[in-house]
Design a binder for this molecule. Structure first.
Ligand code: SAM
Length: 383
């Protein structure tokens, strides 16, 4: 899926990972209607200002600086709410690392580059990519590499630091600064943390976003006889402390993001994704590099994909907000439209195709062989 087209020195590769998950928009059988601090906050907000958009709901629930789901949770892994490819196998990050090295080589072996990850989770993916960089030290020698992590979660940034940095070198912290943490990776590479991509220094960069764009807030629209109407979140008048979906009585500003010839009767639009792709494209066009975006998504064909996950199970998105992950599939056709004309954007292709093209089968055979060899060797010593 790693389709690439050149635009001067700039490229953008847009692979997409399709995760098959079923939808949940609040229609499942009754679940516990726990009154969480976030639910209390939302009810107060809706009572003061009226129903809120789904985008505002998602943003509050996931990234509210005080009560947001991402801000204080470690939700990844078996004990969490969901698991991602880098948490399952090192193969994923290794192959992505090789993709970046190959891009660096074919684009003229710049003397320096930044590796920038958006939403790095537990830092596992960047760790796997950096291991490849270390293993290919002879290829990358004399190349000045730095790592830049864009993360809103304080909790996850601490875990990323544990995964990636050298314990003996203390981290520099400054909560007030745009660069809120700095350290040195285990392989001696400087690493910095930011809350926003805009704050990452400009320069030749490789950008990585895995299961990041699906967490960005979406606006939802329903086609009605009166035209498009935005789906809003309101308080259920029948049941206390319960939220429900309603339709806006008139047009709302985000309708501008719907294509004029749209054929679907329900759409999700993500202006925040557009802003980030615009920033990425401008940066790549200006200073060079490439971006690899992996997510579950579609090409402007799906309708209602907004859903929640808690303890690896589908979760009603309006129940116990702040205790479950919220996600919506990425519309890759929209990302393409934004990148068009600035950089070359290719894909999406399925994760399976991308990984196969990158040689996952061969890498797996090597790993199995090495594991077996070690095992035989140990047996030999033991006897
Ligand atoms: C679904 S997790 C994916 C983690 C990791 N990429 C992986 O594949 O394991 C989403 C990540 O994006 C971060 N995140 C969510 N919204 C963000 C935002 N607006 N800005 C920066 N990071 C964000 C979360 O804190 C988390 O690290």
């Amino acid at each position: 899926m790693n389709a690439l087209v050149r635009y001067r020195v700039a490229r953008v590769g847009i692979p997409c990972i399709w995760r098959r998950k079923c939808f949940s928009s609040g229609n499942e059988p009754a679940e516990s209607n726990r009154v969480t601090p976030m639910l209390r906050h939302l009810i107060y907000k809706i009572k003061s200002t009226g129903p809120i958009t789904v985008a505002e709901y998602m943003k509050e629930v996931l990234t509210n600086p005080v009560k947001g789901y991402y801000v204080h949770h470690d939700m990844l892994g078996e004990k969490g709410d969901f698991i991602t490819s880098p948490e399952i196998s090192q193969l994923f990050g290794e192959l992505l690392g090789i993709w970046f090295v190959s891009e660096w080589m074919t684009s003229g072996k710049n003397t320096a580059f930044q590796l920038v990850e958006l939403g790095p989770g537990r830092g596992t993916l960047t760790g796997d990519v950096l291991r490849v960089f270390s293993q290919l030290g002879s290829v990358l020698k004399n190349c000045d590499i730095s790592v830049h992590l864009v993360e809103v979660s304080q909790k996850l940034s601490e875990i990323q630091a544990l995964t990636l940095t050298e314990e003996k070198i203390p981290l520099e912290r400054d909560a007030e600064s745009l660069v809120y943490m700095k350290g040195v990776t285990k392989s001696g590479i400087p690493v910095s943390w930011y809350r926003d991509l805009k704050d990452v220094p400009k320069g030749y960069s490789f950008y990585l976003a895995h299961e990041f764009f699906d967490t960005l807030p979406v606006h939802k629209f329903q086609k009605t006889r009166q035209g498009w109407r935005e789906v809003l979140v309101d308080i259920d008048p029948q049941v206390s402390d319960k939220l429900r979906f309603v339709l806006a009585p008139c047009t709302t500003p985000a309708e501008a993001f719907i294509q004029h010839d749209e054929q679907r009767d329900h759409v999700e639009v993500c202006p925040d994704a557009g802003v980030i792709i615009q920033e990425l494209s401008q940066r790549i066009a200006l200073t060079g590099g490439a971006a690899l975006i992996a997510d579950y998504g579609h090409d402007g064909t799906k309708t209602d994909t907004f859903r929640g996950f808690c303890g690896h199970q589908l979760h009603n998105v309006l129940i116990a907000p702040g205790t479950a992950d919220l996600t919506a599939d990425v519309d890759f056709s929209y990302l393409h439209r934004i990148a068009q004309g600035k950089v070359a954007a290719l894909g999406p292709v399925e994760q399976r195709t991308f990984l196969k093209n990158m040689g996952i089968d061969i890498r797996l055979k090597v790993m199995v062989y090495l594991t077996n060899t070690k095992y035989l060797h140990l047996k030999f010593i033991y006897k």
